[in-house]
Design a protein around this ligand. Structure first.
Ligand SMILES: Nc1ncnc2c1ncn2[C@@H]1O[C@H](COP(=O)(O)OP(=O)(O)OP(=O)(O)O)[C@@H](O)[C@H]1O
Ligand SMILES: [Mg+2]
Length: 604
């Protein structure tokens, strides 16, 4: 089992100083427990009970021992048989209590954490594109796994352990005081000192083993990088270079680990000496008291057992404290995420509202835009484009001109800084985001298929579509033939764990998905990867089918494919340099389009 609070990269929730602010954040997270309050309080109650029964056990043990010894006085004189029966009874009660304690806490913890994960995921997926641009995927998924597990740990064990620890200390110290104040004084002057030394030492060792773990992770990175890029390593014959790089990291790991081992050896021998030394000291003192008749044999036994409980609890508190700090770190990160503003997407809309039904005319008016993460670079400058219903608008231009960015703005992944986008003359800000996106389809530049069947991937354009609809779409997208060629047909699993589709096949699946969606406005970001001429012809035909009767924006790299577009927009460096039909643009002497066209004619 993975250690809680740690994801697969060994990344832990950060520790946070226990401050008022951090505690408030944590309390806000407790709202997830509220629905399961009754169970939670029940669980706490059973913990208190179980501390009570646990602490009663050594006392009963003492009575059992003393009963054999004849050290009994007056009315409390039970026979050993009776006491043993009582103890068995106590154990049975303990059994029931433990069951409920574990059951209740597990159920509260799992429920609350399940709710929290659902919440975090639904918030996360509704965030704006900018949010995702600024964060690593691994970091986000560790919020939902590692941080939440850390919180779960707190709910299910940390609270319980603190409560149990406090009770153990109070009851335990009370009882040993009752058994023998003198011995208690001796014990309390020795045991905490040992514990403090052990904690300081332990912390040092933990730091060292963390260091060797980090170094190990580093060497893991070398392995991962080189294996993933193995073709690079081999093509550059850098095997020796990588071997020596890896060896160096491993030597570091070994060095640190051995140094840690030396300290751990010292630590363990110190602990063995001091723990047993303390026992000898206490028992020696107790034996003296026994000789003087101040203490029974049972008293001494119970005292030693209680001392072990108390010592263990004190040592456990340090770990609990660091768990608590980690939990606060985790709650803070989760809260940060829950506080981020989301996009205004809505779940309820399953169909297009007549009020917002798009006609298909789009106009961009003096759009200026820079990405929120790179405010200083203006990616689009004063872009104006008019698209009438059903028109095909082609966008061409060199790499980095801002073509894909323009498409992102149409989909409202981002808002323009200047100017506005109108749909049928209505400002895009007046149309609900979900309504707008429901009527557009994007065939992106880099097509990602989900892990699932081809059927699932096409039906993504229209959730719940039947196989016939999917097939019809695939036929129009020129994808039916290759799909039927697979032994499992539409049920062929694709994605990371399934069949790998070629670039052209993926494109046609994406086109089928868009056809199935039947959008009013189509956005096509043509992939640069060149297809062989047969697949290209097939993809082209599929695209022509797709563009029929809709307004489409087509980013094209091969000019041959857009010769018939109604308007060709030539972009460079974030601006519209030229626009018009193929016939218009080809006439411009020294024109960008004319030049590009010439270059591509040579290539072909
Ligand atoms: N998420 C982002 N954050 C910041 N800058 C970005 C982001 N995406 C793109 N850019 C920058 O915006 C500029 C335009 O990028 P864009 O992807 O729109 O170009 P493009 O015309 O589609 O190029 P290509 O033909 O290579 O696909 C580039 O300089 C790019 O570095
Ligand atoms: Mg692009």
């Amino acid at each position: 089992m993975a250690r809680p609070g740690r994801n697969s990269n060994g990344e832990e929730s950060p520790k946070v100083k226990i401050s008022k602010e951090a505690v408030n954040e944590a309390l806000a997270i407790l709202k997830y427990i509220t629905p399961y309050k009754a169970q939670f309080i029940g669980g706490l109650f059973f913990i208190a009970l179980s501390s009570g029964t646990t602490m009663a056990f050594p006392y009963m043990l003492k009575r059992l021992i003393d009963s054999a010894h004849g050290d009994l006085k007056g009315v409390y004189a039970y026979t050993p048989g009776t006491i043993a029966l009582l103890m068995i009874g106590l154990l049975s009660v303990q059994m029931v209590i433990s069951f409920f304690r574990i059951y209740l806490f597990t159920s509260v913890g799992e429920n609350a954490v399940g709710d929290m994960r659902k919440d975090i995921y639904s918030r996360m997926i509704m965030m704006s594109m900018d949010f995702f641009a600024q964060r690593r995927v691994g970091e986000l998924s560790s919020r939902i796994t590692a941080d939440v597990s850390q919180i779960q740990d707190a709910v299910t064990t940390v609270f319980a352990e603190i409560l149990r620890g406090v009770l153990t200390l109070i009851i335990g110290i009370g009882l040993i005081l009752f058994i023998s104040p003198k011995m208690t004084a001796l014990m309390l002057s020795v045991v905490p000192v040992i514990i403090v030394i052990a904690l300081v030492f332990g912390k040092f060792i933990r730091k060292m083993s963390k260091k060797s773990q980090d170094q190990l992770a580093e060497s893991g990175t070398v392995v991962q990088e080189t294996l993933m890029g193995i073709s690079n390593v081999k093509a550059f014959s850098n095997e020796w270079h990588e071997i020596s790089r890896y060896n160096k990291t491993i030597e570091n790991v070994v060095g640190t680990a051995i140094r840690t081992g030396r300290f751990r050896g010292l630590f363990v021998s110190f602990m063995l000496f001091s723990v047993f030394g303390a026992i000898v000291l206490v028992v020696w003192y107790g034996a003296g008291l026994m000789q003087q008749g101040q203490l029974s044999f049972g008293d001494l036994t119970a005292f030693v057992v209680y001392t072990a409980f108390i010592g263990g609890t004190m040592a456990g508190f340090a770990d609990l404290y660091s768990q608590l700090q980690k939990t606060l770190g985790a709650t803070q990160r989760v809260r940060e995420l829950l506080k981020e503003p989301t996009e205004n997407v809505s779940f309820k809309e399953s169909s297009v509202d007549r009020q917002y039904k798009l006609g298909g005319s789009v106009s961009l008016k003096n759009i200026g835009f820079s990405y929120p993460s790179r405010k200083e670079v203006e990616v689009l400058k004063d872009i104006s484009i008019e698209a009438n219903t059903g028109q095909q608008i082609a966008i061409v231009g060199p790499s980095g001109a801002g073509k894909s960015t323009l498409v992102s703005l149409l989909l409202k992944f981002y808002e323009p800084d200047k100017g506005e986008i109108l749909f049928d003359g209505r400002p895009s800000t007046d149309i609900p985001l979900t309504q707008l996106r429901m009527q557009m389809a994007l065939v992106p530049q880099d097509i990602l298929l989900f892990g699932g069947t081809i059927y699932d991937n096409i039906a993504y354009g229209k959730p719940g579509a039947c196989l016939d609809e999917v097939k019809a779409a695939a036929q129009q997208a020129n994808a039916h033939d290759f799909i039927s060629g697979f032994p499992e047909g539409y049920q062929t699993v694709v994605g990371e764990r399934g069949v790998k589709l070629s670039g052209g096949q993926r494109q046609r699946v994406a086109i089928a998905r868009a056809i199935l969606k039947d959008p009013v406005i189509l956005l096509l970001d043509e992939a640069t990867s060149s297809l062989d001429s047969e697949s290209e012809a097939q993809v082209q035909e599929a695209l022509q089918n797709l563009m029929k009767n809709r307004t489409s924006f087509v980013i094209a790299h091969r000019l041959s494919t857009i010769r018939n577009a109604d308007v060709i927009i030539v972009m460079e460096d974030g601006r519209v340099k030229e626009s018009g039909t193929h016939a218009d643009l080809i006439k411009i002497e020294q024109g960008l389009y004319r030049n590009l066209n010439k270059l591509q004619l040579f290539e072909a």
